[in-house]
Write a protein that binds this ligand. Structure first.
Ligand SMILES: NC(=O)c1ccc[n+]([C@@H]2O[C@H](COP(=O)([O-])OP(=O)(O)OC[C@H]3O[C@@H](n4cnc5c(N)ncnc54)[C@H](OP(=O)(O)O)[C@@H]3O)[C@@H](O)[C@H]2O)c1
Length: 300
Protein backbone atom coordinates (compact mmCIF):
# COMPACT_ATOMS: atom_id res chain seq x y z
CA UNK A 1 0.00 0.00 0.00
CA UNK A 2 1.22 3.51 -0.82
CA UNK A 3 0.00 6.90 0.35
CA UNK A 4 -0.51 9.44 -2.43
CA UNK A 5 -2.09 12.91 -2.38
CA UNK A 6 -5.85 12.94 -3.06
CA UNK A 7 -6.10 13.84 -6.79
CA UNK A 8 -7.43 17.32 -7.49
CA UNK A 9 -10.32 17.41 -10.03
CA UNK A 10 -9.92 19.77 -12.98
CA UNK A 11 -12.75 22.06 -14.19
CA UNK A 12 -14.46 19.27 -16.19
CA UNK A 13 -13.77 16.50 -13.69
CA UNK A 14 -15.39 14.89 -10.66
CA UNK A 15 -13.66 13.53 -7.59
CA UNK A 16 -15.09 10.14 -6.60
CA UNK A 17 -14.68 8.61 -3.13
CA UNK A 18 -14.37 5.02 -4.29
CA UNK A 19 -16.67 2.30 -2.95
CA UNK A 20 -15.90 -0.65 -5.26
CA UNK A 21 -13.26 -1.20 -7.94
CA UNK A 22 -13.83 -3.53 -10.90
CA UNK A 23 -11.02 -6.06 -11.37
CA UNK A 24 -10.31 -7.52 -14.80
CA UNK A 25 -7.55 -9.39 -16.56
CA UNK A 26 -6.56 -6.11 -18.25
CA UNK A 27 -5.45 -4.89 -14.77
CA UNK A 28 -3.12 -7.86 -14.49
CA UNK A 29 -1.80 -7.10 -17.99
CA UNK A 30 -1.05 -3.52 -16.93
CA UNK A 31 0.55 -4.74 -13.73
CA UNK A 32 2.79 -6.81 -15.98
CA UNK A 33 3.86 -3.75 -17.97
CA UNK A 34 1.34 -3.76 -20.86
CA UNK A 35 -0.27 -0.50 -21.94
CA UNK A 36 -2.76 0.25 -24.70
CA UNK A 37 -0.61 3.12 -25.99
CA UNK A 38 2.50 0.95 -25.98
CA UNK A 39 4.24 3.53 -23.78
CA UNK A 40 6.28 2.49 -20.76
CA UNK A 41 4.24 2.79 -17.55
CA UNK A 42 5.06 5.74 -15.30
CA UNK A 43 4.96 5.43 -11.54
CA UNK A 44 3.08 5.83 -9.33
CA UNK A 45 0.77 3.68 -11.44
CA UNK A 46 -2.67 3.21 -9.86
CA UNK A 47 -4.54 0.34 -11.56
CA UNK A 48 -8.29 0.11 -12.08
CA UNK A 49 -10.24 1.33 -15.11
CA UNK A 50 -13.70 1.10 -13.54
CA UNK A 51 -15.53 1.36 -10.27
CA UNK A 52 -18.19 3.12 -8.27
CA UNK A 53 -18.41 5.60 -5.45
CA UNK A 54 -19.78 8.87 -4.15
CA UNK A 55 -19.05 12.25 -5.74
CA UNK A 56 -16.82 14.11 -3.27
CA UNK A 57 -16.10 17.26 -5.33
CA UNK A 58 -16.99 18.65 -8.76
CA UNK A 59 -15.00 20.88 -11.11
CA UNK A 60 -16.26 24.39 -11.92
CA UNK A 61 -17.69 23.40 -15.34
CA UNK A 62 -19.49 20.23 -14.17
CA UNK A 63 -23.29 20.55 -14.12
CA UNK A 64 -24.38 16.90 -14.28
CA UNK A 65 -23.24 15.89 -10.81
CA UNK A 66 -23.28 17.25 -7.28
CA UNK A 67 -21.50 16.20 -4.11
CA UNK A 68 -23.08 13.06 -2.66
CA UNK A 69 -24.30 11.59 -5.99
CA UNK A 70 -23.78 7.84 -6.36
CA UNK A 71 -21.91 7.13 -9.58
CA UNK A 72 -20.09 4.44 -11.50
CA UNK A 73 -17.32 5.19 -13.95
CA UNK A 74 -15.17 3.82 -16.78
CA UNK A 75 -12.01 5.92 -16.81
CA UNK A 76 -9.47 3.92 -18.78
CA UNK A 77 -5.80 4.92 -18.56
CA UNK A 78 -6.68 7.91 -16.39
CA UNK A 79 -3.52 10.01 -15.95
CA UNK A 80 -4.72 10.93 -12.45
CA UNK A 81 -4.89 7.28 -11.38
CA UNK A 82 -7.33 4.38 -11.31
CA UNK A 83 -9.88 2.82 -8.96
CA UNK A 84 -7.49 0.75 -6.83
CA UNK A 85 -7.52 3.79 -4.53
CA UNK A 86 -9.70 5.69 -2.10
CA UNK A 87 -10.18 8.63 -4.52
CA UNK A 88 -10.32 9.01 -8.29
CA UNK A 89 -10.48 12.28 -10.25
CA UNK A 90 -11.64 11.85 -13.84
CA UNK A 91 -13.63 13.60 -16.57
CA UNK A 92 -17.32 13.90 -15.67
CA UNK A 93 -18.30 12.19 -18.94
CA UNK A 94 -16.56 9.00 -17.83
CA UNK A 95 -19.10 8.73 -14.98
CA UNK A 96 -22.86 8.13 -14.77
CA UNK A 97 -25.47 7.86 -12.01
CA UNK A 98 -25.80 4.34 -10.57
CA UNK A 99 -28.87 2.94 -12.36
CA UNK A 100 -31.75 1.25 -10.57
CA UNK A 101 -31.82 -1.56 -9.51
CA UNK A 102 -28.09 -1.68 -8.72
CA UNK A 103 -26.33 -0.66 -5.52
CA UNK A 104 -22.79 0.73 -5.35
CA UNK A 105 -21.26 -2.71 -4.81
CA UNK A 106 -22.90 -4.11 -7.96
CA UNK A 107 -22.39 -0.99 -10.08
CA UNK A 108 -18.69 -0.87 -9.21
CA UNK A 109 -18.22 -4.42 -10.47
CA UNK A 110 -19.47 -3.78 -14.00
CA UNK A 111 -18.50 -0.56 -15.84
CA UNK A 112 -15.98 -1.99 -18.31
CA UNK A 113 -17.59 -5.43 -18.53
CA UNK A 114 -21.19 -4.28 -19.00
CA UNK A 115 -20.40 -1.46 -21.45
CA UNK A 116 -18.22 -3.77 -23.54
CA UNK A 117 -20.82 -6.58 -23.40
CA UNK A 118 -23.75 -4.45 -24.57
CA UNK A 119 -21.66 -2.85 -27.30
CA UNK A 120 -20.78 -6.32 -28.56
CA UNK A 121 -24.46 -7.27 -28.77
CA UNK A 122 -25.78 -4.00 -30.23
CA UNK A 123 -23.00 -2.18 -32.06
CA UNK A 124 -20.69 -4.96 -33.23
CA UNK A 125 -23.25 -7.74 -33.92
CA UNK A 126 -26.48 -5.70 -34.36
CA UNK A 127 -28.27 -8.68 -32.88
CA UNK A 128 -31.96 -8.98 -33.80
CA UNK A 129 -34.97 -10.67 -32.28
CA UNK A 130 -35.10 -14.40 -32.97
CA UNK A 131 -31.47 -14.68 -34.09
CA UNK A 132 -29.41 -17.54 -32.71
CA UNK A 133 -26.32 -16.39 -30.87
CA UNK A 134 -23.43 -18.39 -29.42
CA UNK A 135 -21.57 -16.70 -26.55
CA UNK A 136 -18.16 -18.29 -25.98
CA UNK A 137 -16.79 -17.57 -22.51
CA UNK A 138 -20.34 -17.00 -21.28
CA UNK A 139 -19.65 -17.45 -17.56
CA UNK A 140 -16.76 -14.95 -17.44
CA UNK A 141 -16.67 -11.25 -16.63
CA UNK A 142 -18.29 -10.01 -19.86
CA UNK A 143 -20.25 -13.14 -20.69
CA UNK A 144 -22.57 -13.01 -17.69
CA UNK A 145 -23.83 -9.62 -18.93
CA UNK A 146 -23.78 -10.47 -22.64
CA UNK A 147 -26.25 -13.31 -21.96
CA UNK A 148 -28.69 -10.95 -20.26
CA UNK A 149 -28.44 -8.21 -22.93
CA UNK A 150 -28.82 -10.73 -25.76
CA UNK A 151 -31.98 -12.12 -24.13
CA UNK A 152 -33.28 -8.56 -23.77
CA UNK A 153 -32.93 -8.19 -27.56
CA UNK A 154 -35.06 -11.29 -28.06
CA UNK A 155 -32.24 -13.52 -29.34
CA UNK A 156 -31.88 -17.25 -28.64
CA UNK A 157 -28.67 -17.84 -26.72
CA UNK A 158 -26.39 -20.88 -26.56
CA UNK A 159 -23.86 -20.24 -23.78
CA UNK A 160 -20.49 -21.98 -24.00
CA UNK A 161 -19.37 -21.66 -20.41
CA UNK A 162 -16.52 -22.81 -18.20
CA UNK A 163 -17.40 -25.96 -16.24
CA UNK A 164 -20.74 -27.47 -15.26
CA UNK A 165 -21.10 -24.70 -12.67
CA UNK A 166 -20.48 -22.06 -15.36
CA UNK A 167 -23.15 -23.64 -17.57
CA UNK A 168 -25.59 -23.70 -14.65
CA UNK A 169 -24.95 -19.99 -14.00
CA UNK A 170 -25.47 -19.19 -17.69
CA UNK A 171 -28.86 -20.96 -17.64
CA UNK A 172 -29.82 -19.08 -14.48
CA UNK A 173 -28.99 -15.79 -16.24
CA UNK A 174 -31.36 -16.66 -19.09
CA UNK A 175 -29.40 -18.66 -21.66
CA UNK A 176 -31.71 -20.95 -23.64
CA UNK A 177 -29.05 -23.65 -23.71
CA UNK A 178 -25.65 -23.94 -22.06
CA UNK A 179 -22.77 -26.40 -22.09
CA UNK A 180 -19.35 -26.72 -20.52
CA UNK A 181 -17.07 -25.69 -23.37
CA UNK A 182 -14.09 -27.44 -21.82
CA UNK A 183 -15.61 -30.92 -21.63
CA UNK A 184 -18.80 -30.75 -23.71
CA UNK A 185 -19.49 -31.30 -27.41
CA UNK A 186 -19.64 -27.77 -28.81
CA UNK A 187 -20.45 -28.87 -32.37
CA UNK A 188 -23.25 -31.19 -31.24
CA UNK A 189 -24.77 -28.61 -28.92
CA UNK A 190 -24.69 -25.97 -31.67
CA UNK A 191 -26.32 -28.36 -34.20
CA UNK A 192 -29.14 -29.09 -31.76
CA UNK A 193 -29.50 -25.38 -30.99
CA UNK A 194 -29.42 -24.12 -34.60
CA UNK A 195 -29.80 -26.95 -37.18
CA UNK A 196 -29.29 -24.47 -40.08
CA UNK A 197 -26.26 -22.82 -38.47
CA UNK A 198 -25.97 -20.08 -35.90
CA UNK A 199 -26.39 -16.44 -36.93
CA UNK A 200 -23.78 -14.84 -34.71
CA UNK A 201 -20.98 -15.50 -32.23
CA UNK A 202 -19.72 -13.25 -29.47
CA UNK A 203 -16.25 -14.59 -28.62
CA UNK A 204 -14.92 -13.67 -25.19
CA UNK A 205 -12.01 -16.09 -25.48
CA UNK A 206 -10.12 -17.52 -28.47
CA UNK A 207 -8.42 -20.75 -29.42
CA UNK A 208 -9.71 -24.22 -30.26
CA UNK A 209 -13.13 -23.69 -28.72
CA UNK A 210 -13.64 -20.66 -30.94
CA UNK A 211 -12.61 -22.64 -34.01
CA UNK A 212 -15.30 -25.22 -33.10
CA UNK A 213 -17.85 -22.44 -32.69
CA UNK A 214 -16.91 -20.86 -36.04
CA UNK A 215 -17.57 -24.19 -37.78
CA UNK A 216 -21.20 -23.93 -36.63
CA UNK A 217 -21.80 -20.45 -38.08
CA UNK A 218 -24.08 -20.22 -41.11
CA UNK A 219 -22.78 -18.66 -44.32
CA UNK A 220 -22.91 -14.88 -43.98
CA UNK A 221 -22.95 -15.19 -40.18
CA UNK A 222 -21.19 -12.71 -37.91
CA UNK A 223 -18.37 -12.96 -35.38
CA UNK A 224 -17.61 -10.15 -32.94
CA UNK A 225 -14.94 -10.09 -30.26
CA UNK A 226 -13.46 -7.45 -27.97
CA UNK A 227 -9.81 -6.79 -28.73
CA UNK A 228 -7.74 -8.63 -26.17
CA UNK A 229 -8.94 -12.20 -26.66
CA UNK A 230 -6.17 -14.63 -27.43
CA UNK A 231 -5.19 -15.99 -29.81
CA UNK A 232 -6.58 -13.33 -32.17
CA UNK A 233 -9.13 -15.09 -34.43
CA UNK A 234 -8.12 -15.53 -38.07
CA UNK A 235 -10.52 -14.11 -40.67
CA UNK A 236 -12.62 -16.66 -42.55
CA UNK A 237 -14.23 -16.33 -45.93
CA UNK A 238 -18.01 -15.95 -45.75
CA UNK A 239 -18.01 -14.70 -42.15
CA UNK A 240 -18.30 -11.04 -41.20
CA UNK A 241 -15.75 -10.45 -38.45
CA UNK A 242 -15.84 -7.44 -36.17
CA UNK A 243 -13.16 -6.83 -33.55
CA UNK A 244 -14.10 -3.94 -31.28
CA UNK A 245 -13.23 -1.94 -28.15
CA UNK A 246 -15.60 -0.89 -25.40
CA UNK A 247 -16.10 2.87 -25.40
CA UNK A 248 -17.49 5.32 -22.87
CA UNK A 249 -19.68 8.39 -23.39
CA UNK A 250 -22.97 9.86 -22.35
CA UNK A 251 -25.06 8.02 -24.95
CA UNK A 252 -23.35 4.76 -23.99
CA UNK A 253 -24.18 5.27 -20.31
CA UNK A 254 -27.79 6.20 -21.08
CA UNK A 255 -28.39 3.06 -23.11
CA UNK A 256 -26.69 0.91 -20.49
CA UNK A 257 -28.84 2.40 -17.71
CA UNK A 258 -32.04 1.71 -19.70
CA UNK A 259 -31.04 -1.88 -20.37
CA UNK A 260 -29.79 -2.57 -16.84
CA UNK A 261 -33.20 -1.49 -15.56
CA UNK A 262 -35.11 -3.38 -18.25
CA UNK A 263 -33.10 -6.57 -17.69
CA UNK A 264 -33.08 -6.17 -13.89
CA UNK A 265 -29.43 -7.01 -14.43
CA UNK A 266 -27.98 -9.70 -12.22
CA UNK A 267 -24.37 -9.10 -11.18
CA UNK A 268 -22.61 -12.34 -10.16
CA UNK A 269 -19.66 -11.46 -7.92
CA UNK A 270 -17.31 -14.42 -7.59
CA UNK A 271 -14.84 -12.88 -5.15
CA UNK A 272 -14.38 -9.69 -3.18
CA UNK A 273 -11.15 -8.38 -1.65
CA UNK A 274 -10.11 -5.36 0.44
CA UNK A 275 -7.87 -2.76 -1.19
CA UNK A 276 -4.92 -4.03 0.84
CA UNK A 277 -5.56 -7.49 -0.68
CA UNK A 278 -5.26 -6.33 -4.31
CA UNK A 279 -2.38 -8.76 -4.84
CA UNK A 280 -4.61 -11.63 -3.68
CA UNK A 281 -7.30 -10.47 -6.09
CA UNK A 282 -4.77 -10.78 -8.91
CA UNK A 283 -3.73 -14.23 -7.70
CA UNK A 284 -7.40 -15.20 -7.86
CA UNK A 285 -7.59 -13.84 -11.43
CA UNK A 286 -4.58 -15.92 -12.39
CA UNK A 287 -6.24 -19.11 -11.09
CA UNK A 288 -9.05 -18.62 -13.65
CA UNK A 289 -12.50 -20.22 -13.57
CA UNK A 290 -14.13 -17.06 -12.24
CA UNK A 291 -17.91 -17.10 -12.58
CA UNK A 292 -18.75 -13.41 -13.02
CA UNK A 293 -16.63 -10.66 -11.56
CA UNK A 294 -13.87 -10.05 -9.02
CA UNK A 295 -13.97 -6.75 -7.12
CA UNK A 296 -12.06 -4.73 -4.56
CA UNK A 297 -14.20 -3.31 -1.79
CA UNK A 298 -12.55 0.01 -0.97
CA UNK A 299 -15.07 1.41 1.53
CA UNK A 300 -18.26 0.14 3.13
N1 LIG B 1 -11.12 -4.24 -26.01
C1 LIG B 1 -11.89 -3.92 -24.99
O1 LIG B 1 -12.46 -2.84 -24.89
C2 LIG B 1 -12.11 -4.96 -23.91
C3 LIG B 1 -12.86 -4.64 -22.77
C4 LIG B 1 -13.07 -5.63 -21.82
C5 LIG B 1 -12.56 -6.91 -22.02
N2 LIG B 1 -11.83 -7.16 -23.12
C6 LIG B 1 -11.29 -8.51 -23.38
O2 LIG B 1 -12.41 -9.38 -23.47
C7 LIG B 1 -12.05 -10.68 -23.07
C8 LIG B 1 -13.07 -11.21 -22.08
O3 LIG B 1 -12.98 -10.48 -20.87
P1 LIG B 1 -13.58 -11.09 -19.54
O4 LIG B 1 -13.38 -10.11 -18.47
O5 LIG B 1 -14.94 -11.62 -19.83
O6 LIG B 1 -12.55 -12.32 -19.33
P2 LIG B 1 -12.82 -13.65 -18.50
O7 LIG B 1 -13.62 -13.32 -17.29
O8 LIG B 1 -11.50 -14.32 -18.34
O9 LIG B 1 -13.77 -14.50 -19.46
C9 LIG B 1 -13.31 -15.40 -20.42
C10 LIG B 1 -14.02 -16.69 -20.11
O10 LIG B 1 -13.79 -17.65 -21.13
C11 LIG B 1 -13.76 -18.90 -20.47
N3 LIG B 1 -13.24 -19.94 -21.33
C12 LIG B 1 -11.99 -20.19 -21.74
N4 LIG B 1 -11.96 -21.29 -22.52
C13 LIG B 1 -13.23 -21.77 -22.57
C14 LIG B 1 -13.84 -22.88 -23.20
N5 LIG B 1 -13.15 -23.75 -23.94
N6 LIG B 1 -15.18 -23.05 -23.05
C15 LIG B 1 -15.90 -22.18 -22.31
N7 LIG B 1 -15.38 -21.11 -21.70
C16 LIG B 1 -14.04 -20.92 -21.84
C17 LIG B 1 -12.91 -18.63 -19.25
O11 LIG B 1 -13.03 -19.66 -18.30
P3 LIG B 1 -11.74 -20.08 -17.43
O12 LIG B 1 -11.30 -18.88 -16.64
O13 LIG B 1 -12.26 -21.17 -16.59
O14 LIG B 1 -10.69 -20.49 -18.41
C18 LIG B 1 -13.57 -17.32 -18.80
O15 LIG B 1 -14.72 -17.58 -18.03
C19 LIG B 1 -10.64 -10.57 -22.48
O16 LIG B 1 -9.72 -11.01 -23.45
C20 LIG B 1 -10.48 -9.08 -22.24
O17 LIG B 1 -9.13 -8.65 -22.31
C21 LIG B 1 -11.59 -6.23 -24.07
Amino acid sequence: MHTLPVPVPGASEVLIAVHTAEVGEWDADMRGGWSLSGKKPRFPLVLGGGGSGTVAAVGSRVRRFKIGDLVYSYAWDNPKGGFYAEYVASLAETAAPVPAPLDLAQAGAIPIAALTAIQGIDDALHLKKGERLVILGASGGLGVFAIQFAKLRGARVLAIASGADGAALARKLGADAAIDGRAGDIAGAARAFAPHGVDAILALTGGKALTKCLDTLRRGGRLAYPNGIEPVPKKRRGIRTKPYDGIVGRAQWERLAREITAARLQVPIAAEFALAEAARAHERLAQGHILGKVVLRISQ
